[in-house]
Write a new protein. Sequence first.
Lengths: 321, 498
Amino acid sequence: MEEQTIQENKLLNYFKNNVSKATLFLVLFAMWGILSILSPYFLTYNNIFNLVRQTSVIAVVATGMTFVIISGGIDLSVGSIVGVSGIIVSMLLLNGVPIILAIVITLLVTLLLGAVTGMFIYEGNVPPFIATLGMMSMARGLALLLSGGQILTGLPGAFISFAQITFLGIPMLTIVLIIVVALAFFVLTRTRFGRNVYTIGSSDEVARLSGINMRVNYYAIYMLNAFLSGIAGIMLTSRLSSGIPTSGNMYELDAIASVVIGGASLSGAEGSVLGTIIGALIMSTLRNGGNLLGVDPFWLRMATGLLIVLAVLFDQVRKKQ
Amino acid sequence: MPDEKYAVEMNQITKTFPGVKALDQVDFKVKKGEIHGLVGENGAGKSTLLKILMGVHQKDSESGDILLNGEKANINNPIMAEKYGLAAVYQHMMLAPKLSVAENIFLGEQPTKNGIVNWDYMYKETRKHLDSLNLTEINPKSRLDSLTNVQQEMVAIAKAVSHDANILIFDEPTALLAEKETEELHKTMLELKEKGVSIIYVNHRLDEVFEVCDRVTVLRDGEYVGTREISEVREDDLITMMVGREIGDLYYKEEIDKGEKILEVNNLNSGKKVIDASFELHKGEVLGFFGLIGAGRTELLRTIFGADKIDSGEIKINQKDVKINKPVDSINAGIGLIPEDRQKQGLALPLSVQDNCSLVSSMYSSNLGVLDKKSEEKETRRNVEDLNIKTPSIKQKVQFLSGGNQQKVVIAKWLNVDASILFFDESTVGIDVGAKKEIYKLMAELLKEDKAIIFISSYLPELLGVCDRIAVISEGKITGILDREEATEEKLLQLATV
């Protein structure tokens, strides 16, 4: 009996401490509710399947971005890394490299790119905005250079079908996302690295004076982000069944928007994986719903922009109270 | 009845911050054309009182009132304060270092002609303002950061005067000045007084207060203690007023036997602020570091801790040489630093009490990088109980705790790794007397456990109250180390200004 009340209090406390997260859930459910009334097609298996599949790729990128933003940084290079990893994996596959090996090599390259970003930022003291702006251009250039600006087609069937098959009725791409999110959630909330990310985000100086190894952590944050962008790039290539050098364009903005809508603060030390995922779902629901209702995509784009600003505005107002 | 002879009358002002009563029914009256000293310990409420006068903070609405030149004033923000003729010259001035003197004086209100900045007029007017303060050697076109400290402060004064300010607040203006520069500043203050300007002078150095002030008001722990004619008090009287009767039992100290040598520093050098430092520290001992602001005390501790680079020299802990390149090296060797600025250096403010308490210990307690939340929780609950940390829950963000409780969290961080050498850097600044006392008691407990402490403070009575020996640092060098018995305020001050 007593235990039960404690349980209930815990739940109540959780929502009290996470007002913004609870509000996010409400916003998402409200959107789903309204859309299912307005469009009979919205709640169909096909549409939901599509919605989560579309969200999966960008949500993996946004999960990595969550770490970067909580650490007080920003990473503009993720879209380009999605592009370049798609090209690399396609080229390897087209040259007959086995699928698993091709994926491993691609991910190693993304880790290397992340390490280069980390090096600029930690060793060179270049602000993350600039370092990753540079990497954004370099990685995109690399993708275009390697592919000769061409779309790479003719990928093996087993690779392409990955994006189409399901497991227990759930798209494989979404399964990948679920695994990534579960791991990221664990790392961020249960490991010392996760706490270091928050500590660094609240103050570099505090982190340093508390004995945190800044070099290791800075490299790890940007390498992890590039790694997840690499996974997203491979997922996207499978879904598009071809390597496209311009793919992943503007993903950095969608990823940042998801993280911010999810309650993270660009000044660091705030944010959560769960919030980011809801943020990503809200963004793609808006798009999906808009399409279903036949809203002009140009209007939709403006609405997305407004949503991002409103989300942060709402948070600021709440904090002032 | 409002009294016409007062420029400023603050009556029964109370100010409450969440969890702390910063001011309790404080009276403060400044006569027209006088220099009025405002003194008190750190945390006595001087800056809060002045911030209320300047419209930065608001007094509790139901408390008291403020009269300026005999009329009731509603100072809701700094712009209003300026309109009332109030201006402040802060220790860290609100000037733009990379702009010219003239641009600073006209900051935000450059004179224009047809929409274009009228430089000629600006330079001419600036010249006039500077000349009126006898600052003929300052060029209106010079960049502010090319001037000396005192010249920069003079510019700040000129700026205030150019706005027809008739009540000027000087908040610790001499902290960064050399003696000769202080004299210049005092001369300017006396000239302003001749012109009928009223001046409020906050200064920790009582001798300087005696030099220029007409009257002085003392605050203690947010309360008004009294106002005296400067000609009728001695420095001792003021100190007694500032510290109150509690001095005897405020500084808690137990006689503890000194153990073996735990830390030895030989010929340590780092940059320009740590020059050839050598000293030793024994178990069960508190070694104080005294010096003027900027003398290099903090830098010496930071260097030993590994936060600043060591250029040369050796550090021995428990008679063994240790190599310290970064903080984690000294932490592993058993050192803990409670830094000068707890908000910017000591605490991850947006994180919880628990996260902060186990910030360092998780380095040792986590298994393959996975946090042991259960043991962290237990550890934090013990901290909260042992150190009497007032917080609604261990999940509370530390930014919502009061200063004293925040400081306890910083200390807890090091207790949880059982650090054997603790560096306290101005640890009691800005926290209330109760929490101070708890910290002194805690220090005594730690010493009994054979730990050792280095204690930096700018406040002499505190140093004399809690330290076994006091090292004095001046311009990066240790100029003397005095035993508790032989140390007096005069001797320490003398060594500090060598």
